[in-house]
Design a protein around this ligand. Structure first.
Ligand code: GTP
Ligand code: MG
Length: 199
């Protein structure tokens, strides 16, 4: 699959014109956003993966060229509300993120990543509640599931489903190491893109 990095956006005034479908990928620093993007596109170095997380404070636009369908963007939203940065920087970041997510015409859907090994924090629960009333399609993806035993995996699913108090779609287990979950995520993306095309 052809995919390329397009640009980093630091201010809403630099957002591209809303011409193509945008699918956002969000989650706390180090959860595996860049790894998921690389795995989905089969491009190992498309998005940089980092061992020193949480540095980027911008929306990263990637243009995806599927073989037979229209181009679309995947937008990597680093570390919502979790930045290890000054309060002032965090407020700037939250403002950019909220402004983007509340734009009338985009994104068309959002993939929310959580570490499958972790408990939901209060912030995670707030974020899930917010998504529940967002009014657009979202998918909860539980990352790094290659690190779980079968028993832990069942517990993780239960735990995260419980954290999704307002319901929502069944969470998808994902591993960037084994590619587990990749097809389900693509199916969801395809559905969102099709439904947008009919609007
Ligand atoms: P920021 O961009 O800093 O917000 O982080 P990120 O969410 O993009 O995370 P990234 O993809 O950079 O991954 C963080 C670390 O987790 C890296 O060391 C990855 O190799 C590791 N990692 C990501 N996904 C997986 C996975 O599915 N399995 C395992 N075992 N490790 C993973
Ligand atoms: Mg990243």
């Amino acid at each position: 699959m052809e995919a390329e990095y397009v640009r980093s956006v630091y201010h809403t005034r630099d957002l591209p014109p809303p011409r193509l479908t945008e699918i956002a990928v969000a989650g706390r620093s180090n959860v595996g956003k860049s790894s998921l993007l690389n795995r989905l596109t089969g491009r190992r170095h498309l998005a940089k993966t980092s061992a020193t997380p949480g540095k980027t404070r911008c929306l990263n636009y990637f243009l995806i060229h599927p073989d037979s369908a229209r181009d679309f963007y995947i937008v990597d939203l680093p570390g919502y509300g979790y930045a290890k940065v000054s309060k002032e920087m965090r407020e700037d970041w939250d403002r950019l993120l909220s402004a983007y997510l509340e734009e009338a015409t985009r994104p068309s859907g959002l993939i929310a990543l959580f570490d499958s090994r972790r408990e939901a924090t209060a912030t995670d629960s707030e974020w899930l509640a917010w998504l529940g009333q967002w009014g657009r399609p979202y998918l909860v993806v539980l990352t790094k599931c290659d690190k779980l035993t079968n028993n832990e995996r069942a517990k993780s699913l239960l735990r995260w489903r419980r954290a999704m108090e307002s319901g929502g779609p069944e969470p998808v287990m994902f591993s960037a190491m084994t590619s587990e979950g990749k097809d389900k995520i693509w199916q969801w993306i395809d559905r969102v893109r099709k439904s947008r095309a009919h609007n």
